[in-house]
Design a binder for this molecule. Structure first.
Ligand code: TMP
Length: 209
């Protein structure tokens, strides 16, 4: 097949409802074999092992440079093993998080503006031609998102445990850089789930028929 598939990424802070919305999309597209769902960090055997390291509360002494490079290593593996082959065979890819997360969390959240140029150049090296067609940001007010995560069962990560100011900086980074990752779609994720779902469907369907 010579027509490349479409690449849609979801971004959003903690408690933005990304996982719920993506689960609904999986259900909506359950009969389609031309749509691949994946996530970052993870989506490959190696990437999931890197994810384990990055999310663990046992690695709270990880330095920010190493953290950033591990996210990029997981991304490199995901592109080589999943994203590039799928897009090149005409399949569409819907990915839970991508490069904008690294800018939002490692540069803004971790207060490392001095790493921005390096991050952008290494991200270009890793991502190559596989830039998203659309980036859907579920834009949640950090206090609202964090309150939602507190009501969740299941494991928390090192990132959930960060102070509210960290999550506010993450949101600022998201909004400042979203247009660097394909057509931007910013959806107000403070709204009730059903309203968000309506907008998510519309945005995805504008790219994937
Ligand atoms: P999640 O997939 O459950 O949202 O968890 C992934 C966590 O990793 C989330 O807290 C955001 C963080 N993250 C980064 O800090 N940088 C990145 O580049 C990516 C992809 C995720």
């Amino acid at each position: 097949m010579d027509k490349r598939g479409k690449f849609v990424v979801f971004e959003g802070g903690e408690g933005s409802g990304k996982d719920t919305q993506i689960a609904r999309l999986k259900e909506l597209y359950s009969s389609r074999d031309d749509i691949v769902f994946t996530r970052e960090p993870g989506g490959t055997n190696i990437g999931e092992q890197i994810r384990g390291l990055l999310m663990s509360h046992n690695t709270s002494n990880m330095d920010v440079q190493g953290e950033m490079l591990l996210f990029l290593a997981a991304r490199s593996q995901l592109i080589g093993e999943v994203i590039a082959p799928a897009l090149n065979s005409g399949k569409h890819v819907i990915c839970n998080r991508f490069g904008l997360s690294t800018i939002a969390y490692q540069i803004y959240g971790r207060n490392r503006q001095q790493y921005m140029d390096f991050l952008k150049s290494i991200n270009r090296f890793v991502v190559g031609e596989y830039l998203p067609d659309m980036c859907i940001l579920l834009n949640v007010t950090p206090s609202v998102g964090i309150a939602r995560t507190k009501n969740r069962t299941g494991e928390t990560t090192r990132f959930d445990a960060e102070e509210i100011a960290f999550h506010e900086r993450v949101q600022e980074g998201y909004l400042a850089h979203i247009s660097e990752f394909g057509s931007p779609a910013v959806i107000d994720a403070d709204k009730p789930l059903e309203e968000v779902w309506g907008e998510v469907k519309k945005a995805v369907q504008s790219v994937i028929e």
